[in-house]
Design a protein. Structure first.
Length: 107
């Protein structure tokens, strides 16, 4: 019990004195504390998110309602097929999902 009180008191004192108890965690990121990389990272992630969405939109429209970039969409399509929504293919979504899992397993 005494150790818990000491930890709580220490954490409160660090916060009160302006120290950030999580500051050390941020420096262990893949950017390595590089200020330029830290500024660019949000834009790079935003760009990759947009590109993934574009790939999914194109594949969904051209491959017959199959997502290639994100497997969550294929799981949702399988749920809709189970609910008997017309116009969706369980075979195509299952094939994409199985191929993704096999690729993840084989590396």
């Amino acid at each position: 019990m005494g150790a818990l009180v000491e930890v709580l008191t220490r954490d409160e004192n660090e916060i009160d004195t302006g120290k950030n108890p999580t500051a050390g965690m941020m420096n262990s990121s893949s950017t390595g504390g590089n200020p330029t990389a830290e500024k660019i990272a949000p834009y790079a992630l935003l760009g990759m998110t947009a590109l993934t969405g574009l790939v999914d939109a194109v594949s969904f429209l051209s491959l017959g309602s199959v997502f290639t970039a994100d497997m969550t969409g294929n799981i949702l399509i399988l749920a809709f097929v189970t609910a008997r929504v017309s116009g969706l293919s369980a075979v195509r979504s299952s094939t994409a999902l199985i191929a993704f899992v096999m690729g993840a397993i084989l590396g």
